[in-house]
Write a protein that binds this ligand. Sequence first.
Ligand SMILES: Cc1cc2nc3c(=O)[nH]c(=O)nc-3n(C[C@H](O)[C@H](O)[C@H](O)COP(=O)(O)OP(=O)(O)OC[C@H]3O[C@@H](n4cnc5c(N)ncnc54)[C@H](O)[C@@H]3O)c2cc1C
Length: 402
Amino acid sequence: MPRNKVLVLGGNFGGLTAALAVHHELEGDVEVRVVSASDHFLFNPSLIWLPFGKRKAADITFPLAPTFEAHGVDFVHGEATQLHLDEKKVTTTAGTYDYDYLVVATGYRNDYDVVAGLGPSGNAYGITTLEDAIRAGEGWRRFLDAPGDIVVGATQGAGCFGAAYEYLFNVSHQLRKAGLKKRVKLSFVSPEPFLGHFGIGGLPHGESLLGMFLKKEGITAYMDVGIDRIDEGRMVLDGGRAITFAYAMVVPPFLGQEVVRTATQIADAKGYVAVRDTYQSDAYDDVYAVGIAAAVPVPWQTSTPLGIPKTGFPTERMAHVAAKNIAAQIRGETPRAHEEFGDMPAVCVMDAGNNGVIILADKMLPPRKHGVLIPGPQAHAMKLAFEKYFLWKARHGYVSLP
Ligand SMILES: Cc1cc2nc3c(=O)[nH]c(=O)nc-3n(C[C@H](O)[C@H](O)[C@H](O)COP(=O)(O)OP(=O)(O)OC[C@H]3O[C@@H](n4cnc5c(N)ncnc54)[C@H](O)[C@@H]3O)c2cc1C
């Protein structure tokens, strides 16, 4: 009998985990192919360090082909351009591939259109892609030669708040190291209703802890506000207040990929796939979506719109659920594995250069039973260790490890 074909689009946190986990679940008795626009894995959490020269691109990436080959998974470097869901095939820049089961793990792209003056040719730097972070580093080196005030922030609709906070505190740490701390006014701009909301509703004592951090570092916060535009050297907030800067880094909102957005049978207007808690799409039992590609409803209304952070840990959990369910379907069983995004534990480390905060909660979204923030230098050490561990685990394809 011909083996079932599983086609995975995207080879980062979600795609790598789903592809290797389904292969493992079925002990290799399945044909798994990954098509990814990038031929390298990127450990995005370390992009916060790249602009300061603490990491180079080669330190936080590895080539995908050898990892997949070592596990008997076919790897294709190419970009999916059209999903033909009724015919069960996908057109890519490297050819057309059919499937029995499809996993969409194509992640995010930046929505630079939300604020004039954002984006690669705009007036503020970004760190959410490797190329953006490299440019942010070039800008940082120019800044050190001609220092002035700095603004770090996130736009209305953004969800990746951890990266904005981490960059803010790392900038503060770098300013101190460069002897510039007293000369530079550092500001933080965020759509969050309060400090430490993080797009997950906040955690006990989070607001006061973040407030203490900002006070200690002499950082001025502008909360619950959108950005109207970013001119050269000047950020104008909604309502007209302006902040001048010599260096700015702003996290934009994320969107799903265009190839997903145009597959209107499964995608919402932002290009995310509407999924059940089995990570099957609402519309097709044989089409799954994991990680940032999966739609997660924002459970609250805020005066300034916010996104939701779909971080690495839930992405891996979704990928494992999807892999179990595909394996069950192939074995002729009902797919029973399920886990709501909001019920997954929140496990995160917010780095602050030589310090940080460990964030732990029983659930990603409220109501929660437990939630704790543990500040201290051990958080920075943990982030360093986790980066090494995760890259080792991913490069070797040991996706069953925690
Ligand atoms: C600056 C930054 C800091 C972060 N820090 C943390 C942190 O500290 N902790 C944490 O848990 N999470 C963190 N995250 C979030 C984490 O990076 C995401 O959860 C994770 O990247 C999601 O993985 P994914 O596989 O869903 O998507 P992605 O990582 O976006 O991967 C998508 C993959 O799909 C490929 N692709 C895109 N389009 C196509 C196409 N058309 N066809 C084929 N392939 C395609 C891409 O090349 C890429 O390989 C951070 C993110 C950023 C940007």
